[in-house]
Design a protein around this ligand. Structure first.
Ligand code: ADP
Ligand code: MG
Length: 842
């Protein structure tokens, strides 16, 4: 190393004495670039420095002479060449340099300054930093910080180099305490060992390059926006960096500044560009210590460089002091990193493999804590005492025979699962999921009949009046009418409907009937829990469209009985991985089969220009006696805009497009009774076309509707589109669904393409989970579960592994009372803050 340092020291001195004219070496200093890499390796220069110095050398000729000294100092600094600070300044007529905004001085002044520079340079950096440390820190630092747990809870301002001001800025990133900082993970890593040069860039690639700023300009576009354009170059070519309406970049980007630039390669007017790149001056400290450099999320006023250095100090000291909650035997079995190691490697990874191992540890932690919480909840539920209900095979066969149709295999299977749950001495807790139209209602009804058969009561809660009403009609037909030689199961008065619209006299009758036990099956809306409803003996509760209700509402209904059996239903197919995680406390029945004879809905993507043709389609369906839905989405802004779109379109469609038809309208701002009235009128064929916002209920049965148009279809998740689509095709006729994206970019249409290829809600749900994350499936299932930062909720193999380990752990120590599990117990409690570790997400 010494050899190469001497060589460069001499060259730089010579170059300086010749006034930075690039004559110290034959062919210019850029010629050194050719031999540099091999020479550097021979001399043991850290690998990460090689490309950076290469870049600085190669561009030496192109740098303005007044910036050349700075470039040499930069190299000197990187290589730790001693005594270079004494390089004389470049002298010319009052030109200011970009690198150190100091006006050039007369030689005498320059000398004074040089000697001062030398003084500062001689002072170890440590000392400079320490002199800035505030008193409070010193006080705390004097106390032994061995009180580990307490130390991690300490405010970040006790960290060396973090003053009150910086601490205040960190709060904007959600960082209060030292442990918050430890868990502020990089959002990206730059791997300086895999840098590319500009001539190696490909369109669409995410890259990091090292380059020099050649020029910075700001333009006003025709539309009056400010466009900042910086041209950067390395020796292989140049690249444009572009920002719209972010003129502050002009202040940071100065000519001849060396920066690392990251972003996605795009083209603009045929040339390579990066829009809104990340960039920063090259960070020497990082280059020395790490090849893979963390890039942190930032807030204004905190620089990447500062945060990185702060993290480096924080992590080095504190990571080894973080408690590892995972019992040793589990950690060994899973071959995971210890928490300390994982923290070190997630911030400053030695290699990509180390980084992956660290990420895996944190992903494991999240899923494992999730599973422990969920399984504990499940076990707690299983310990509740419920009433068993058994029916004979003959009884069941009789009930099924009385139906107007054959049950599908999926319905029979689900029914058998429910039957077996009901026969147990603890309450059922089951999720019945199946596509819209798969026939969940009848399964729930026969389940309730099993309980009613023994004289107990059942209740079914639906999210809207119209759905409750629809269930009431269906169920009354099924249970209170005799069919052929099958006598009715219940009397008419034993099945009742309770909604906000139920009249006072009926209410009184219902309340009395429930208390006396005459009313066996109560169907209704929130009214079931809001009204002073008291049951004689409520033993089964069914919640339809469960995601529409909160935890408290479901609990309130359950509490009307003594640990009743619970069946929740959903028409949103839930991907398997979520069944094992967020819904892991529930037993699941899946109805993946449609009743026979149902024609799949034909789905097509249409471009906005094809609307006329679609209106023709609607017209011809209406002429054949059918009806149509047209859905308008919420596009960005707010619900109001969605409503406005629907309201405006209803007027346009009614007046301009279908003046001879009747076009109805429902939207989220209407009162529930108004919405219900409109849906009922539509069902009664008083309207031909129904314009609706996306907030309108699913699940309403309008078998006569055969055509569904979804505007702005690209704004919806596939599961949601599938839900809409399920509203048509419920009758015998062929139904159609038209998806109209509001732009025709290839990607969006690729996603919508999947809709045209499958009617399988489970497949669509899997695609949704991969592309959009779990949000679409959660409904009111909130809790900490959703807030997974490292784990991928689609990672089925890790999910299975954690579930298995959590299951075995709890079999061995159900309450986590054993000494070795105490840390884990606390971690679970911290992970499930709302429920004190009970993992209640239902
Ligand atoms: P969802 O699962 O969406 O709640 P429903 O229970 O409302 O579906 O059933 C949709 C329609 O299918 C209803 O009209 C119902 O009577 C009918 N249905 C249910 N099961 C069958 C079956 N096995 N064969 C034929 N039709 C059925
Ligand atoms: Mg339903």
């Amino acid at each position: 190393m010494q050899k190469i340092l001497n060589k460069y020291y001499k060259i730089f001195q010579l170059e300086a004495s010749q006034g930075y004219e690039n004559k110290a070496v034959m062919g210019g200093l850029q010629a050194l670039g050719k031999t540099w890499p091999s020479e550097a390796r021979e001399n043991g220069v850290p690998e990460s420095l090689i490309p950076v110095i290469n870049s600085l050398l190669s561009q030496y000729a192109e740098i303005e002479p007044e910036n050349r000294r700075k470039a040499l100092l930069e190299i000197g600094d990187l290589l730790s060449i001693p005594d270079l600070q004494s390089l004389p300044k470049y002298e010319q007529t009052g030109a200011s340099t970009i690198f150190d905004n100091q006006p050039a001085r007369s030689s005498r002044q320059a000398t004074t300054r040089q000697s001062r520079d030398r003084e500062i340079a001689a002072q170890p950096e440590e000392q400079v930093v320490r002199s800035k440390v505030n008193i409070r820190f010193r006080e705390i630092a004097n106390k032994p910080m061995d009180d580990e747990a307490h130390g991690l809870e300490a405010p970040v301002s006790v960290i060396r180099g973090v003053g009150e001001k910086q601490a205040a800025h960190l709060v904007k990133l959600g960082i209060d305490k030292i442990k918050d900082l430890l868990y502020l993970f990089p959002r990206r890593y730059d791997d300086y060992s895999r840098l590319k040069t500009i001539n190696q860039l490909n369109y669409g690639e995410e890259v990091t390059i090292l380059a020099r700023v050649v020029s910075v300009d700001i333009f006003r576009t025709k539309k009056g926006k400010l466009l900042v354009e910086a041209v950067v170059s390395d020796t292989t070519g140049s690249l444009r960096l572009l920002w719209m309406n972010q003129d502050w970049h002009v202040r940071y980007l100065k000519k001849d500044l060396f920066i690392s630039v990251s972003g996605k390669i795009d083209t603009y007017l045929g040339r390579p560009v990066i829009w809104y790149p990340d960039y920063e001056p090259i960070d020497k400290q990082q280059l020395h210590t790490n090849r893979i450099v963390p890039v942190y999320p930032l807030t204004a006023k905190i620089t990447q460089r500062w945060l990185r250095r702060t993290q480096f100090n924080t992590v080095r000291y504190w990571a080894p002091r973080v408690y590892d909650f995972l019992p040793e035997h589990l950690r060994e079995k899973t071959r995971l990193y210890k928490t300390a190691e994982a923290l070190l490697q997630i911030h400053f990874p030695k290699s990509m493999e180390d980084l992956e191992a660290a990420q895996r540890r944190f992903a494991f932690d999240e899923l494992f804590l999730l599973q422990v919480g969920v399984l504990q909840q499940k076990k707690q539920w299983q310990q509740l005492v419920g009433h068993p209900y058994q029916v004979t095979d003959e009884w069941l066969a009789e009930r099924i025979e009385a139906l107007p149709y054959e049950l599908t295999a999926a319905q029979k299977r689900s029914l058998a699962e429910i039957r077996s749950d009901l026969a147990k001495a603890h309450p059922m807790n089951r999720l019945l999921q199946g596509d819209v139209g798969s026939g969940k209602t009848i399964v729930a009804v026969i389940g309730m009949a099993m309980v009613i058969e023994s004289g107990a009561q059942a209740a079914l809660m639906a999210p809207t009046g119209i759905l409750a009403e629809q269930h009431y009609q269906t169920i009354r037909n099924l249970l209170t009418k005799s069919k052929d030689d099958h006598p009715a199961f219940l009397e008419e008065g034993q099945v009742r409907l309770l909604t906000g619209d139920t009249g006072q006299a009926d209410r009184m009758e219902i309340f009395e009937g429930l208390v006396s036990g005459y009313v066996k099956l109560l169907i209704g809306t929130h009214a079931l829990i809001e009204d002073p409803v008291t049951f004689q003996n409520l033993q089964m509760v069914v919640v339809d469209e469960q995601h529409r209700f909160g935890v408290a509402q479901r609990a309130a209904l359950r509490n009307k009985g003594d640990n009743p059996h619970l069946l929740v239903m959903t028409a949103t197919p839930i991907p398997r991985s979520l069944q094992f995680t967020i819904f892991g406390d529930l037993d699941v029945s899946i109805m993946d089969e449609m009743p026979a004879g149902r024609l799949p809905v034909t789905t097509m993507i249409a471009y906005p220009t094809e609307r006329e043709r679609i209106y023709q389609n609607i017209r011809s369906q209406v002429e054949n006696g059918y009806q149509a839905f047209i859905i308008y989405p919420l596009v960005e802004a707010g619900e109001n805009d969605e409503i406005k779109a629907a309201v405006d379109e209803q007027v346009r469609l009614q007046e301009d497009v279908f003046p001879d038809l009747k076009v109805g309208l429902v939207h989220g701002r209407m009162r529930p009774s108004e919405k219900d009235a409109m849906m009922l009128a539509f069902r009664a064929k008083e309207y031909d076309v129904l314009v609706s916002t996306s907030v309108v209920e699913v699940g309403v049965d309008i078998p006569n509707a055969t055509i569904m148009v979804i505007e702005g279809a690209n704004h919806f998740g596939l599961s949601q589109l599938h839900q809409f689509r399920g509203r048509v095709g419920r009758g015998d006729a062929q139904a159609y669904c038209f998806l109209i994206p509001d732009n025709d970019s290839a990607v969006e249409n690729h996603r919508l393409q999947v809709m045209t290829e499958t009617n399988d809600g489970f497949k669509l749900a899997e695609v949704d989970l991969k592309e959009r994350g779990p949000g679409d499936f959660l409904g009111t299932r909130q809790a900490g579960a959703v807030d997974l930062k490292m784990a991928n909720l689609a990672d089925l193999s890790l999910i299975k592994e954690t579930r298995e380990l959590a299951g075995r752990l709890l079999d061995d120590d159900p309450e986590l009372d054993k000494e070795i599990n105490q840390g884990l117990k606390e971690a679970v409690a911290a992970f499930w803050p709302q429920t004190n570790g009970a993992g209640d997400v239902s």
